[in-house]
Design a protein around this ligand. Structure first.
Ligand code: B1M
Length: 214
């Protein structure tokens, strides 16, 4: 198989045999390691999602694919561009209550911290009360919420309501597969006093954070 297809296959098959040498080969060919993540590795994850949806994969297999994705990101991370910018601001990140998906959120953490942000990553299944407590404790410039399940989009509405009730109005950035800009603008933003922005991917998340800070 050509290199790109091999990289996709590691994720789909959930195997790491040969992964690292192939990642090294790919690194030598790209300007930015994100091209490898957003390209062949993401293609693999989308295929895993499709196969899982068709009942051709079980959760345990999807978990192995997730492990390959995480190992790849960990291997590529030191090669990613880092800005020497001073601390630009602080971001609190969380996957919302009820949701365990964290690969996208952790990618956002890597990209923000490589670009001068201090990131407080609260992890997965974070209830609104924990998020509110972290906002009071950490005083971030932006709160980032991730969620991949359809029910997580609804959970973001509830989280925004709770944050408003707690009299918070710092900017919220939301992202994740089940979310759209339209849902963000029509359903989440009206429930909150501060700005609520939709990030389509991790790089867009950095752009939005840079803009929110200014
Ligand atoms: Co899950 N899962 N999963 N899963 N899983 C999906 C999301 C699903 C679409 C698969 C499918 O059926 N086709 C489906 C959701 C259906 C729905 O609600 N519409 C699904 C399901 C059903 C489930 C379970 C319910 C399965 C079960 O148990 N029966 C269960 C849920 C458990 C729970 O959360 N309570 C479950 C479990 C799992 C695993 C644990 C096995 C594993 C996750 C491991 C982990 O994250 N540690 C897993 C995986 C791997 C997936 C798929 C295959 C891949 C997700 C992924 O990591 N993508 C996924 C299908 C798919 O997405 N194609 C699927 C790679 C990652 C880099 O992309 O997170 O989208 P993503 O992030 C992107 C953007 O969305 C954005 O930036 C990133 C790109 O740069 N982004 C942000 C994300 N967050 C952001 C935040 C930001 C900014 C941008 O700012 C704050």
């Amino acid at each position: 198989l050509p290199l790109k297809e091999r990289l996709t296959a590691y994720v789909v098959e959930g195997t790491k045999d040969g992964l690292i040498p192939d990642l090294e080969e790919a690194l030598a060919k790209v300007d930015d390691p994100l091209e490898i993540i957003n390209g062949p590795l993401m293609t693999g994850m989308d295929e895993v999602g499709r196969l899982f949806n068709d009942n051709q994969l079980i959760v345990a297999e999807v978990l192995q694919s997730a492990e390959v994705m995480k190992a790849s990101v960990a291997h590529l991370e030191p090669h990613m561009e880092k800005s020497s910018a001073d601390r630009k601001g602080k971001v609190v990140l969380a996957t919302v209550k009820g949701d365990v998906h964290d690969i996208g959120k952790n990618l956002v953490e890597i990209i923000l911290s490589n670009n001068g942000y201090e990131v407080v990553n609260l992890g997965i299944k974070v209830p609104p009360a924990d998020l509110i407590e972290a906002c009071r404790r950490e005083k971030p410039d932006v709160v980032g919420l991730s969620g991949l399940l359809v029910k997580s989009a609804q959970q973001m509405v509830l989280t925004a309501q709770d944050m408003k009730e707690a009299e918070l109005d710092l900017p919220i950035m939301v992202g994740g597969a089940a979310l759209t800009r339209k849902f963000t603008e029509n359903r989440i933003a009206p429930q909150y006093d501060g700005p609520v922005l939709f990030a389509k991917d991790a790089m867009n998340g950095l752009e939005l954070t840079n803009r929110l800070r200014n």
